[in-house]
Design a protein around this ligand. Structure first.
Ligand code: GAR
Length: 198
């Protein structure tokens, strides 16, 4: 059974989907802890499932490295097989990435390498594209530059705003994420190999 730590910053709808999937005895992964950089709404999903949570408040640290060191210390307590960034809106410092790579994946609401960064949905709308997408990548030291392990196109429709487009992307992200974690757990997806071949 693959053990997973999930890191969030917001509502945690992708986390929720993963928790729901992992509640199926046939699903080969279990979420062991949920962490966040702020008092995230998504903690409520973890609490509902009786999953432990930890908070490493971004605002209470002077530097990204200090924040990252505490985050790494918290993760080390749980020793998960995999870390999932599911809407964590902070860049991890290199030391944390190095400590966990290639066992960290990130969900992103765009068809990478298109629209990396924190405003992917807004950027796609502003670019006037007719399709964007969702991706799951292995985290590396860049901003959404790691190897892509799953992605799917999502149409941008006339009249879309930030909310409507993001709400169309999120279900796609959820199914990609659930499938990626399942494939990692079964050995069908080898993150080390994915990281060396890209
Ligand atoms: C998701 O769309 C995720 O891909 C995005 O934040 C949202 C979190 O939603 N992450 C990024 O943009 C990271 N660059 P959720 O909290 O409801 O799962």
């Amino acid at each position: 059974m693959l053990t997973v730590a999930v890191l969030i910053s917001g509502t945690g709808s992708n986390l929720r989907a993963l928790l729901d999937a992992a509640a199926d005895p046939g699903y080969p992964a279990r979420i062991v802890v949920v962490g966040a950089d702020r008092e995230a709404e998504g903690f409520a999903h973890a609490e509902e499932y009786g999953i432990p949570t930890f908070l490493v408040p971004w605002r209470e640290f002077d530097t990204r490295d200090e924040w990252g060191a505490e985050l790494a210390a918290q993760l080390a307590v749980w020793q998960p097989d995999l870390v999932v960034l599911s809407g964590l809106m902070r860049l991890l410092p290199p030391a944390v990435v190095e400590a966990w790579a290639p066992r960290i994946v990130n969900t992103h609401p765009a068809y990478l390498p298109e629209f990396p960064g924190a405003h992917a949905v807004r950027d796609a709308l502003e670019a006037g594209v007719v399709q964007t997408g969702a991706s799951v990548i292995v985290v590396d030291d860049g901003v959404d530059t790691g190897p892509i392990v799953a992605q799917e196109r999502v149409p941008v429709l006339p009249g879309d705003d930030l909310h409507s487009l993001h709400e169309r992307i999120k279900p796609v992200e959820r199914s990609l994420l659930i499938d990626v974690v399942r494939r990692i757990a079964t050995g069908e997806l080898d993150l080390a190999a994915a990281s060396t071949t890209s």
